[in-house]
Design a protein around this ligand. Sequence first.
Ligand SMILES: C[S@@+](CC[C@H](N)C(=O)[O-])C[C@H]1O[C@@H](n2cnc3c(N)ncnc32)[C@H](O)[C@@H]1O
Length: 229
Amino acid sequence: MIKLTPRLQAIADEIEPCGCFADVGCDHGYISLYVLDRWKANRVLSIDVSLKCLEKTIKLLKSYNVDDQAIFYNCNGLAHIREKPDEVLIAGMGGAEMINILYEYGKTRPLNSIETLILQPMKDVYAVRKWLNENGFAIVTDKIVKDKKLYHILKAIPKYQRLTEDELMFGAVKQSYFTKEYLEWLYLYATKYENILKSASKQATMPASIKQTLNRIRKQIQLVEENLC
Ligand SMILES: C[S@@+](CC[C@H](N)C(=O)[O-])C[C@H]1O[C@@H](n2cnc3c(N)ncnc32)[C@H](O)[C@@H]1O
């Protein structure tokens, strides 16, 4: 089995054993292979909108002789799949695209038929948390992993949860706040808003919300610094 990168391993660590696993945006195929190699699912739906990318997964699974347990789809999101996936992974895309894939799927089948959702958005993690929260999912894992960059990984299950504004901004699972990767992410988050503030101060009006957001981030930094040994 191929050695996974820290980001992919952190995603793989969240995978629950299930009947049918959907790897949306499978690309290189490493997660589809991991799931079959480790007997995490009986069947994998390997899905990619790009035929070239899907062919990489097909080639990899064939080389490991596990392609007969996979169903390959060259399509947009979950739009054309015939099977009902128990677990869905969408990794390495923007948050808005993930939300759209899930929204479209919800038009054809109840969203709560997905028992586990694993999402690794490249951006817009706030919007992803908010969407999950408003669409009947509870976030049970909300962690940051450092690879070449910092990545958010969320795991959600169909269950009621009402997150506060702070939880939407900073993460739904408070136990995950106290890591050096998390603090590093907060520093970057603060820098982003300091830069926005700097350029906004050159203009006549400075939106109060930017200052408020920055204050919130600084408070969160203080909380983490005080509790991180
Ligand atoms: C950056 S790669 C990520 C690959 C892998 N999931 C990972 O996390 O390493 C994104 C992949 O998602 C595919 N993709 C993007 N939008 C998609 C969509 N709407 N439906 C299916 N695949 C999509 C791309 O073709 C590409 O192969």
